[in-house]
Design a protein around this ligand. Sequence first.
Ligand code: ADP
Length: 641
Amino acid sequence: MPSEKILIYLSDQAVRDKLENGTLRTAGYQVLSAEVRGAFESMLSSSQPDVVILEDVLPDGIGLELAGKLIESHPQLAIILYAKQHSDVLAVNALRTGIVDYLYSPLKSKDLLAAVRRACEHNTRLERWLRLETRRDTKTLRRRINQLEALNQVGRKVTAVLDLDEVLSAVVDAAVELTNAEEGSLLLLDQNSGELYMRAARNFQEEFVRTFRLPVQDTLPGQVLQTGKPLLLHETTPKKIKTAYLVHSLIYVPLQIQDKAIGVLGVDNRHGRHKFTEDHLTLVSSLADYAAIAIENARLYATSEIERSKLETILTKIKDGVIVIDHDHRLILANQTSREVFDIVTGNKFAQPINEIIHNDDFINLIQKETTSQPYRGEITVQDGRVFHAQVTPIPEVGLVITMQDITHLKELDSIKNDFVSIVSHDLRSPLTAILGYVELISRVGEINSQQEEFINRVQLSVQNITDLINDLLDLGRIEAGFDSQKEIVAPVAILELVIEGYMARAFDHQQSLEIEVAGHVPTILCNPIRLRQMVENMVDNALKYTPQGGKIILRSWAEDQQVFIQVQDNGPGIPAADQPYIFDKFYRARNVAGNNLGTGLGLAIVKSIVENHNGRIWVDSIPGQGSSFTVVLPIADQEL
Ligand code: ADP
C-alpha cells in the first residue's frame, strides 16, 4: 500500500472529486485538495506532501508559473501538471520548467496512477541520492575536523610545552598520521657542517636516525631547503634519498623562519604505492610552520635564559647591594650583598612586603620618599654601624631599584676631617679676632696715607671672609654633630617676616624686589628658631647675591598634607642641570657663579644639614636663564595634628 501524500490544486470541482475520492484514495494514497491559493499554501506547509498535482489554468494564475516557483522553493517536491486542454507547447514548457509528469483531459485513471507512481519513484531516487551525498559530505567533514583537531593539538603543544624534543616529535607524528604515510622525519641544517641531520623521526630505526647525515647539494631535502619550495613526488620506480633509503612517494616542505629555511619536514612511503595529495601537502606545510615556531621559540627562550643567568651572576657577584621591589613594595630581588647587610634569610619569600623582611628605618623611610620618577639618594646606617650610600631608581614597569654602596670608610674619613676642621677653625678664630682688632687700631695711633688705608681695608675684607668661612665651618660642625637638638614650637611665618625685614634694605640698594607670599594658615613647627632663620637667610642671601639688578625674589610659605612648605624663588641665572645634584655638597660652587661673587660654597650645605636635622626635605628646581626655586618641606608640630 502506498503511503505518500498527494496535494491536489485544481479549480474544476468534478475533476478534483474524481482524483481525490475516486482514483487516488482508492489506490491508497493520502489525498488533500485545495480549490484556492490560500488553502493550497497552508496545506503545502502544514502537511508536506510528496507529490503536487497542479492545473495549468488556475483561478488566480498560471499553473506552470506556480510550478516554477514551487520547484525553486521546494526542490524535493514532485510536481505533475494537469492540462484541461492538451497543447504540445505547454507539454514542452512543462518539461523545461522541471515538472515530473504531464497529464491532460480526458484523464484516465490508469495514466494518473502511472504518473503518480513515477513521481513517487522520482522522489525516492532523489532521497536516496541525497542520503548518499550527505553521508559522503559528512565523511569528508569528519576527516577535516579530525585534521583540524590534530593541527590544533600540535598548536597547543607549541605554546604550552617548553621541551622542543616533545613538540617536534608531536609534529612528525601528526604529519605521518594525517597523511597516512609510512615514515616521517624532521631534518635540520647543522650550521657547522652544512649537512642535514634528523632532529625528530617516526618509524625510522634509531641507529638510522642517529647516523643520518645528508649534504644539501644534489639531494631532494637540500633542494627544498635551498629553494624554500615544497616538493610532492610520486614515482613508479623508487626515488633515492640516500643509500638504502628509496621511496615511492614523498612530501618535503621547508621550515621557514623569517623567509629563511632552517630545515625540512617530510613524510614518505617506501613500500606501499599510496599517493600523497595536495591536501596532504597543505597539512604538512601547516605542521612545518608549527615546528618552525617551536624551534624559534626554543632559541629565543634559550637566549633569554642565558641573558637572565648572566644578569643573575652579575647581581650575585656584585659587591654593591641591589634590591628590587615592585610598586606595592614587595620584594622582587635581593642580591647576596643586600641579603647579608639586612640579614635577609633565604627562606624569605619573594613578593613578601619589604617592611616585613627589612627592619631598618633608614631603608623604609628612603623607599617611602618616592614622589617622582626621578632617581634620588640617601644614606642608610645598618645595625652593625656600617653606612651605605643608597640610590633609589624608580622604573615604571618594575617598581624601585635600590643600589647601595658601603661608604663607612668615607664616613670615618669625613668625621676625622670634620673634627680636624672644627679644631683648626676654633683655634684660628682667636688670632683672627686679634688681627681684626689690631688692624682697626692702626688708624687710631697715627696718621695713615690713602694707600695705607686701602691696604688696611683689603686686610679687613680678607680677614672678614676667613672669619665668615670659619663661622660657617663651625656652624656646620655643630649642626652635624647634633648640638642644636633643643627645639621649640615656632610659627614659621614670623621667622620669614624677620628675614625679609633684614634683607629689605639690601634688596632696595640692588633695585631688586623682595616679597613674601603666605597662602592660608601655616601651622607651627617644632624647630630651633635660630637655625630655621639661618636656613631661610642662606637661601634668600643666595637669591639676592646671584640675581642681577632689577630681579625678583619671592619668599613663599604654605601648608599641605601635614607639612609646611617654605620656598625661595628668584628669576636669576639658574643653575646648570649638571651642577644641581652637587650644590648641597660642602664647598661646591656651580659654574654659573661669576668670579667676583663672594662665597664659601658652604651656605647650602648648612641649609641641608638644618633641614635634615629637622626631619625635612629640600630640593631645587632650576632652569638656566630663567631662575631657581629652593623648596623646603618640614613636618607640622605634633600638637597641630
Ligand atoms: P656659595 O657660597 O657659593 O653661595 P652655596 O652653598 O650657598 O655656596 O651655593 C652653592 C652654589 O649653588 C653657588 O656657588 C651657586 O653656584 C649655586 N646657587 C645657590 N643658590 C643659587 C641661586 N639662587 N641662583 C643661582 N645659583 C645658585
